[in-house]
Ligand binder design. Structure first.
Ligand code: UN1
Length: 513
């Protein structure tokens, strides 16, 4: 860590002293038990963070509700100006923050920087959006009436994010919610508590400099029970949650029980279809990055490759060869492609997936395994693996959050590949590799991919922030980030105004007194 400048990064982020109690973070509430954050990179303790008690939570929500009452009345371009300044700080801290993401979470430094870039991009987007929170105007059916709709700030938004994108997902939600006039309470992953504190500190500083009321950005820390403080709380009208399908079902039910809104971003089982007309070189780059990037821990990671029998052997050989070039090791070292998994539980899941695929009749093409020896002391480094399998296998139907890629064969028409691609419960991301216009358009048509994201000639991961991000079926149906995803953070109101001296009723109803 020293060699790669991690201590300096912690200093730059203002969290170097987090262990001896001199830095508790700003607007960061915690009097509960401590949780320790160990780096999957080298197994070293990075810092300890106090969790949020019920009492702490009550203070957070009280501040958020109070702050919201003031913040909602700020003109949204002024809220946008605060987000612009927050973004300025992010630009300046991109390197240390990217480094901390890499060190605490384990993704490559390049991908850590990429994640901070997503934060920067969504903030730019949000600043522009702050002048474009448009509603529509309609023509009334009654004379002398005007009808329009407007979007008002919603209230307190609860954001629950996962370890794999410990900073970007927070900002996709908060940058939009802030310009929309909401107060945000964030429960980051307990596996990456320090990146959460670092982000919260940046926001808190900018907010203070601008006289933003307290409580517009708060951080709470802990396990699912801390999350439940929010999901069951009717003072939180919207919960945006990213995580497993299992977690999403629990959150959705808790929020629905009080008729709150939820925005769910859950698991994927993403596939790339490779047709006889595919460019093989690009297919290999897209598939390998998709499968091993972030060590297979993106919700958009490529899990299945559905290859036409005509090109199957060629694609198989090319991918197996490419896997030989992959360098696994310290993710801060830019020579390496793949870092560690997040922890030893994730390693166990990875191992049992590989055992299971063999048990179910799959055929291992690229051997997996846990790496040992110098540089691998944390026990979290694994070899990306490939297995030939069939879509029906139980293990192929599941999302294993690790670098395990399943190679599936199809024959005949594209329709067969699409049936395989859609033949899972998840519906996040999908892609087709083809230079055939007819195939590409069919894949995007109503009879094509059933996913929230469908790409042509690029892989399944690495979505840009400008589009709405999310998926169908068990992925949860939520949309975050670009396009009109902002609407979920606001409440919509339809207004009809009568500027005549009469009171005509709609639908032509006569009602004379
Ligand atoms: C996630 O894994 O939760 O599309 C989000 C991507 C990234 C976001 C992934 N922009 O891979």
């Amino acid at each position: 860590a020293d060699k790669f400048g991690v201590p300096q990064a912690l200093k730059d982020l203002g969290i170097a002293e987090i262990n001896n109690g001199t830095s508790t973070g700003e607007d960061w509430f915690g009097n509960g038990e401590e949780i320790a954050s160990y780096s999957p990179v080298d197994g070293q303790l990075i810092g300890k963070v106090k969790t949020t008690t019920r009492e702490d939570y009550e203070n957070v929500i009280a501040a958020a509700e109070k702050g919201f009452k003031e913040w909602r009345s700020w003109p949204s371009p002024q809220r946008g100006e605060v987000v612009r300044q927050f973004n300025d700080k992010l630009r300046r801290l991109k390197e240390p923050l990217g480094k901390l993401v890499s060190y605490e979470m384990g993704k490559s430094y390049q991908e850590g920087l990429g994640e901070v870039q997503e934060m920067i991009d969504i903030c730019d987007f949000a600043v522009g959006l702050s002048r474009q929170l448009h509603g529509l105007t309609m023509h009334s059916e009654r004379p002398g009436h005007r009808m329009y709709e407007q979007y008002h700030p919603l209230g307190v938004v609860g954001v629950i994010s996962a370890f794999n994108f410990p900073v970007a997902v927070w900002s996709w939600n908060t940058a939009l919610a802030w310009v929309c006039g909401d107060a945000c309470i964030w429960k980051g992953s307990e596996k990456t508590p320090l990146t959460s504190v670092a982000c919260q500190n940046i926001a808190a500083r900018v907010f203070k400099e601008n006289g933003v009321p307290a409580g517009i950005s708060s951080l709470i820390t802990g396990d699912y029970q801390v999350g439940e403080f929010m999901t069951k709380d009717e003072r939180v009208p919207l919960i945006s949650a990213t995580g497993s399908i299992r977690m999403g079902k629990i959150v959705a039910q808790a929020v629905a029980a009080r008729l709150g809104k939820s925005l769910l971003e859950l698991g994927g089982n993403n596939a790339i279809i490779v047709t006889p007309d595919a460019n093989i070189k690009n297919t290999v780059i897209g598939a390998v990055f998709g499968a091993v990037g972030t060590c297979g821990q993106r919700c958009t990671s490529t899990r299945r490759l559905i290859v036409h029998e005509e090109v199957y052997d060629k694609v198989k050989d090319a991918i197996v060869n490419a896997y030989k070039q992959i360098r696994i090791g310290n993710p801060l070292d830019e020579n390496n492609h793949v870092g560690p998994l997040i922890g030893t539980d994730a390693v166990k899941n990875y191992q049992s997936a590989l055992e299971q695929v063999v048990k179910e009749g799959g055929n291992i093409l690229v051997e997996g395994g846990v790496l040992e020896g110098e540089g691998y002391e944390s026990g979290c480094y694994v070899k990306p693996a490939i297995a030939e399998a069939r879509n029906e296998l139980k293990i192929v139907q599941q999302e294993t959050f690790a670098p395990v890629l399943y190679l599936l064969k199809y024959s005949g028409d594209l329709e067969n590949a699409i049936a395989i691609q859609n033949g899972v419960k998840q519906g996040l991301s999908s892609a087709i590799m083809t230079n055939n216009l007819r195939e590409a358009e069919r894949f995007l048509s109503v009879e094509g991919s059933d996913c929230g994201i469908a790409n042509v000639n690029i892989g399944t991961s690495g979505a840009e922030i400008g589009g709405a991000f999310g998926g169908e079926k068990e992925t949860g149906g939520g949309r975050e980030s670009g396009s009109d995803a902002w609407k979920v953070y606001m409440r919509r109101q339809t207004n009809t105004i009568n500027y005549t001296t009469e009171l005509p009723l709609a639908q032509g109803i006569k009602f004379d007194l």
